[in-house]
Design a binder for this molecule. Structure first.
Ligand code: GDP
Ligand code: MG
Length: 668
């Protein structure tokens, strides 16, 4: 048995999904978080699955979210639909409900956020609403887990008894009624052939859905007949086709709401949000507040909390390394094996691991900002600026995710409506510095800019953004002419962040990070250790400058001479950085033969302060890791375009680093 969980953005779908299945999907106070559908087993019920669809307002074929949802509902043939409706925003939410009703699939309406409605003195006559809509309506509060088991019972009931929604006609007579019926009659056989309700197909055809008319295999004659009916309807009503249907739906919804809903007062939350927004999104205050908040987050992460914890952890790791080292020596183990464990595994994995606290602290703050609803405001404020560089506020979401990891960020561009916006965002997202680069920045800061860590960090993040902007301007004037799609997003009320949510997100990030450290970084560290321990005759070398790795690194090093760091070890670290960015640090740590806590002391032997800057800029801008490149390839659907992107990134990185080194050289 498969249930589709359908509803508007931010209506609480994921919260309900988690309550139903006991899983821990990421809940966001932030539209655009769920792009792909997720499936889970309903707890306590045999063979019942539920699919969390992306949030949509209407079943149209425009954005990726709408397409994913529509295709699942039409092709996935769910046995039942659980339509989640935000009870604090009923009119808009029912708009989707009416379209789902037309599908003639067993359905229940889950009236969510009833706690908020109650708290603000509103009430809903559930029985009346259920009568009017012709489907069971169950009041719930997904986040408080109220009414969820009743919802499951009702859903099982309608599916087992195959109860089809009783109401599909939303206007009793008039031109719109006639038109829908005429079209439904005309295409009835075609609709039956693909197993979708004729009435649903009819309204979609009237609204204009070319992929559906192709799927229905309508011939020219039928298409003309449909067009004729629609034109007649437009003529009689004086509305265009979309307006006519929207008018029909909203009139019906008004009837439902009048009969069953006692409006709550303007909610406390909403009033409070409006007041907070006067400052946080105010014309003059929005940007200063944003930069202030970001500065605070970075300062706390890199100068106060995260770095202290990281220092502690690296001291711990060093102590453990020394202990294991002594143990192995006492045991008299083979030297090569000892070197593998200590110089390979411990130096490599340990150096990356010690940055876990920084990553977790940064995400702690970012997830709080997200969960309160502030990030949605930032997207809104940024829309004005993003428009100037040819993007819309919607692109902000993927870019923001890009500060975490480029892979999900590039996937998140699927929420963008136009191909142009999407491709442009994919190109720009890698300029947003991902968390895997934090270890590199942190260790270089400790080595060269100990007093100004937060400032250098912000400088690096800002450089990424500025270069991104310049590239965007260039693209806007050349390859991507045209206008970004208008940006419509509803601002959710500010909420106190839920601790559970924040910790789930932290755990997810920490898990990702640990997984990477113990898989890809471990492998890379061992590979690097191998290449630097043996020469090409597979003899153990005494000086790693004679190793296999040195040969490879030396081949590449001249490319970096103009940037101020021509040492083969640095070149090698940049190569391993292609596997994963953390590997830059683990490689340097393995090659310099230092422990975690001492790495920053050894760096000045390879870099001057100036070449450290050019190195940081280079790592900031050059090609992201293999996983990100593979994702770009998948989303752009072109190997050549991807190669072009990679070359562009390397060239930009080189040029910027070179320019910084040259210009800096004039002052130092
Ligand atoms: P989705 O976008 O539809 O997946 O919605 P989410 O599940 O991500 O939830 C959006 C926001 O609504 C989150 O901040 C949730 O904590 C909040 N939320 C979800 N269900 C309820 C509820 O029953 N009551 C209240 N007050 N908040 C809820
Ligand atoms: Mg969601």
């Amino acid at each position: 048995m498969i249930f589709a969980l359908a509803g508007n953005q931010n209506s609480g779908k994921t919260t309900l999904f988690n309550a139903l299945t006991g899983s821990n999907q990421h809940v966001g106070n932030f539209p655009g978080v769920t792009v792909e559908q997720k499936t889970g087993e309903i707890r306590g019920v045999k063979d019942a699955q539920v699919v969390d669809l992306p949030g949509i307002y209407s079943i149209r074929p425009y954005t990726q979210e709408e397409i994913v949802s529509r295709d699942f509902i039409i092709d996935g043939k769910p046995d039942g639909i659980i339509n989640i409706v935000d009870a604090t925003n009923i009119e808009r939410n029912l708009y989707l409900t009416l379209q789902l009703l037309e599908l003639k699939i067993p359905m229940v309406v889950a009236l969510n956020m009833m706690d908020e409605v109650r708290d603000n003195g509103g009430s809903i006559n559930v029985h009346e609403m259920s009568q009017q809509l012709g489907v069971p309506v169950v009041p719930i509060s997904a986040s408080k887990n109220e009414g969820v088991s009743e919802l499951v019972n009702q859903a099982m009931h309608v599916v087992k008894k195959r109860v089809i929604p009783a109401v599909q006609d939303f206007c009793p007579d008039g031109p719109v009624h006639r038109c829908i019926h005429a079209v439904a009659l005309l295409i009835e056989d075609h609709a039956r052939a693909i197993g979708v309700s004729a009435r649903f197909c009819a309204t979609k055809l009237i609204e204009g859905d070319p992929s559906l008319s192709a799927r229905l295999e309508l011939d020219q004659n039928e298409l003309e007949l449909i067009e004729h009916s629609v034109l007649e309807m437009e003529h009689e009503t004086g509305f265009d086709r979309n307006e006519a249907l929207a008018d029909m739906r909203y009139t019906f919804i008004e009837g439902v709401v009048d009969a069953s809903v006692v409006k709550s007062q303007e909610s406390k939350e909403h009033k409070r949000s409006v007041n907070i927004d006067k400052i946080l999104t105010g014309k003059y205050t929005a940007m200063p507040v944003f930069f202030g908040v970001m500065f605070l987050v970075f300062w706390l992460t890199f100068n106060v909390i995260g770095s202290t914890l990281s220092d502690l952890l690296s001291v711990g790791i060093d102590a453990l390394t020394a202990l294991v080292d002594q143990g192995l020596t006492a045991f008299g183990i083979n030297h090569v094996v000892q070197s593998l464990v200590i110089d390979g595994v411990f130096a490599g994995v340990g150096s990356v691991l010690s940055f876990l606290p920084i990553v977790v602290t940064l995400f702690f703050f970012l997830s709080i900002l997200e969960d309160t609803g502030y990030m949605a405001r930032v997207a809104f404020v940024m829309d004005r600026m993003l428009r100037k560089i040819g993007l819309s506020g919607r692109s902000f979401v993927p870019m923001l995710i890009g500060f975490g990891c480029s892979v999900p960020a590039i996937m998140a561009t699927r929420t963008l409506a136009s191909d142009r916006d999407r491709k442009m965002t994919i190109l720009l997202t890698p300029f947003m510095s991902c968390t895997a680069k934090i270890p590199i920045y942190a260790v270089f800061c400790a080595a060269f800019f100990a007093k100004y860590q937060a400032l250098v960090m912000i400088g690096l993040y800002a450089s990424g953004i500025i270069i991104g902007i310049l590239v965007a301007l260039l693209l806007k004037g050349t390859a991507f002419r045209g206008q970004p799609v208008p940006f419509v997003m509803e601002l959710p009320n500010y909420r106190i962040p839920s601790l559970k949510n924040v910790f789930l997100l932290l755990w997810e990030k920490a898990k990702d990070f640990l997984e990477r450290a113990f898989t890809i970084i471990l492998l890379a560290s061992v590979a690097i250790w191998f290449l630097q321990t043996f020469d090409f005759r597979l003899n153990v070398v005494t000086d790693s400058a004679n190793s296999l790795l040195a040969m490879i690194g030396r081949g590449l090093a001249p490319v970096f001479r103009p940037l101020g760091f021509a040492d083969w070890r640095v070149a090698t670290s940049l190569i391993t950085g292609l596997i994963a960015k953390e590997a830059v640090v683990s490689t340097l740590s393995v090659l310099l033969g230092t422990g975690v806590a001492q790495l920053h002391l050894a760096l000045p032997s390879l870099f001057t302060m100036l070449s450290a800057v050019s190195f940081l800029l280079f790592t900031l801008l050059y090609t992201p890791c293999i996983a990100a490149v593979a994702t770009i390839r998948k989303e752009l659907k072109s190997g050549w375009a991807t190669l072009g992107v990679v070359i562009m990134q390397c060239v930009i990185a080189w040029v910027v680093a070179y320019a910084a080194y040259l210009i800096g050289g004039l002052f130092v």
